[in-house]
Design a protein around this ligand. Sequence first.
Ligand code: PMP
Length: 457
Amino acid sequence: MTDPALPLTSAPLGADIPLERRILTAIPGPRSLALTARRDAAVASGVASALPVYADRAHGGIVVDVDGNQFIDLGAGIGVMTVGHTDPAVLDAVTTQAASLTHAMFTITPYEGYVRVAELLAEHTPGDHAKKSMLVNSGAEAVENAVKIARKHTGRSAVAVLDHAYHGRTNLTMAMTFKAMPYKAGFGPFAPDIHSVPGSYPFRDGLDGPAAAARTIEHLERSIGAADLACIVAEPVQGEGGFIVPAEGYLVALQNWCTENGVVFVADEVQSGMARTGTWFASEHSGLVPDLVTSAKGIAGGYPLGAVTGRAEIMDAAHPGGLGGTFNGNPVSTAAAIAVFEQIRSLDLLGRARRIEGVALPALRALQSRHPIIGDVRGIGAMLAIELVHPATSEPDPASVAAIVRFALQNGVILIAAGTRGNVVRLLPSLVLTDELLLEALDVLGAALESLSPDPA
Ligand code: PMP
């Protein structure tokens, strides 16, 4: 149905968008407001949106809303559009694929694209051991299957996760996710035998890697017992939890304990993987070689795809027919993923992620020196964050995060919040975002901070 109040936009193609920030109307504009009214009547309230503007088209690091406003996108659909919106190579791959084979179901009549993505994942995930993969539709489904495989391989049932973790919204992954509101409240009962243990949060716990690992291991041994533990699932950089980078040595110490105790170490790289941090997978920064790796988000340029990749002998623990799903690794998504791997290589997006860190981290630190409300600046590559606090007490300050996100949107920048206490602003742009647009967006962030607290100078 076409709403006469919402005439079609005149320039529907992403590639036609001039790559600049441009605010033409009040935010949200009239067309976004009209869509909000329709949405309120038709879309379940549980599906909330962080921002009140409706996206119409996008290209590179720019999103255009239905009112023609153009935003510098520092969220990239939560780290999905790593290669940039409407990347020409991805577009070409999916249109060609859609015109030849859209669906066959890999568990009925297999096709090459699925096999090729598994080969690429084997090549690009950490470690040079023999690896195999299975493909799924989402991050949560990848985590579900990693747990399934680890349980089958070990013959054990307990699963350990870290505090501040986010692993998804299915029944099992809700149980694995730390934050009750909004992810879990009222949705129980949850899957049993999931245990949350303290992780490493240098800004808050002040522990170095070995000390934080010793604390985690103490919990694992005392409250679960290694002999019953199938796997530990950990994000190498915690995403929704607030871009928490564990202290140096923490992850490897945990991995060593897993190896000694026959526990499968699963790195959930759904948010941190696929070039986001300047390496193919964030595990590489700490020399971590996980037994299993989950990926999704940035892997297929916006098409639904997730994966579990890992040691061949663990992946093969599941009996034939034990893994699968109707749309898993569908041909269009796998074609997109193959193009994404190629674009990361040919556009040197690993280098671009490091460059984004090189440009943005000093700028964020400069903001911190002027604004004591910024308690911590952290992150790796194009996965960067500031944690806002009440300076006198270091208590979390989610209200200022909400105000900054609002201010930024009014001024043409998409920013998103994170953190168990909602007091983190995270930056995870497309890696093709230019230095100029990145610096412009950081200026807007600076202005947003000014609008909160007058300069002490
Ligand atoms: N694991 C991590 C680390 C994530 O960041 C997310 C999504 N934010 C998920 C799992 C769940 O992914 P999806 O939303 O695709 O189910």
